[in-house]
Design a protein around this ligand. Structure first.
Ligand SMILES: Cc1cc2nc3c(=O)[nH]c(=O)nc-3n(C[C@H](O)[C@H](O)[C@H](O)COP(=O)(O)OP(=O)(O)OC[C@H]3O[C@@H](n4cnc5c(N)ncnc54)[C@H](O)[C@@H]3O)c2cc1C
Length: 280
């Protein structure tokens, strides 16, 4: 099998097309899939030497995160903590310290498991994704990208994530399978416009409920433009339970997840409701 280690994004994309090669980021999913025979790549392109893919920076009203930023780097970033708390929180509980050191946000999207921890926060925060292929550059909202099948065409590289800095308050919580290697059984990310105790636009994203993480339009409609108080929180809990019930139907995990989501929703809110403000 051919193995390439390009220095630039352009080289990576060219090789990908020419050799029908597969991108390798941290390898925490890809290597497992190769070992179990789930995939048999023609060639591998290791993205580890492309330094521009590792950048985390603020530019022109966006927080830009290169696809090769690891969960550990994101979880230690003051910028991510300040500007995208939901994502920062997700990075604290993702996998184990060893996995967080290897695993990248780009790989999290590339693998796109239903329980991918990075995706609900990015959805709630309204992130866009910059893709590069031989055909050119494309910036697409993550929500739109997640509705595509396949997610990425052959040779398309995830360049970066762009989170618009709109001053949203955000939070994240998940219910893990086991404490040590906590693959989410259910996760909730929420981002809201909040001024004093007035809630503006609300975005709630759910993980491990459908085939892919998704934004709930119903919850956005039902929870936006209201006072933040216990009534609003109860309405959110009732709403999120209903959404989970409808999404899971008769699946075995449905009764458990429907109950659990109320606690997870409350916990996600509790991560950012200002102290001394409205009690959660
Ligand atoms: C023990 C263990 C625990 C885990 N716990 C969690 C958890 O708690 N939460 C969670 O979300 N995940 C978890 N995972 C899954 C995994 O670690 C994540 O999905 C991780 O983010 C994958 O990133 P990676 O850099 O290792 O990707 P890789 O394995 O290198 O790649 C994954 C896929 O994405 C593609 N890809 C990677 N980068 C790009 C790019 N820039 N452009 C285009 N395609 C790309 C690859 O070709 C491949 O198909 C766990 C995995 C293990 C083994």
């Amino acid at each position: 099998m051919n193995y390439f280690q390009p220095q630039t994004v352009g080289q990576a994309v060219n090789i990908a097309q020419t050799f029908e090669a597969t991108f390798l980021a941290g390898g925490t999913d890809l290597v497992l899939h190769m070992q179990t025979g789930k995939i048999h790549p023609n060639a591998i392109i290791d993205l580890g030497k492309i330094s521009e893919l590792k950048e985390i920076k603020e530019t022109d009203g966006y927080l830009e995160i290169g696809s090769m930023a690891t969960f550990a780097e994101l979880g230690q970033s003051e910028l991510v903590f300040q500007k995208a708390l939901a994502l920062w929180l997700a990075c604290q509980t993702m996998g184990s310290p060893q996995i967080r050191n290897q695993a990248t946000l780009g790989g999290n999207l590339g693998n796109c498991s239903p329980a991918a921890d990075g995706l609900p926060p990015l959805l709630a925060l309204g992130a866009e994704v910059r893709l590069i292929s031989r055909e050119g550059d494309e910036v697409v909202s993550l929500e739109t990208l997640l509705s595509r099948t396949p997610l990425l065409s052959q040779g398309t590289l995830i360049r970066e994530f762009r989170i618009p800095l709109k001053g949203l308050q955000s939070g994240f919580a998940k219910l893990g399978r086991r404490k040590a290697l906590a693959i989410a059984r259910l996760s909730v990310a929420i981002a809201i416009e909040l001024e004093d105790n007035r809630v503006g636009k609300v975005r709630v994203a759910l993980g491990a409920v459908g085939k892919r993480a998704y934004l709930s339009e119903i919850l956005a409609r039902e929870l936006s433009d209201q006072e933040l108080n216990e009534v609003w929180i109860e309405k959110g809990i009732e709403g999120v339970q209903r959404v989970v019930r409808e999404a899971l139907g008769a699946r075995a995990s449905a009764p458990y997840k429907r109950e659990a989501v109320s606690g997870v929703f409350r916990e996600a809110l509790g991560t950012f409701i200002p102290e001394g403000g409205t009690k959660v």
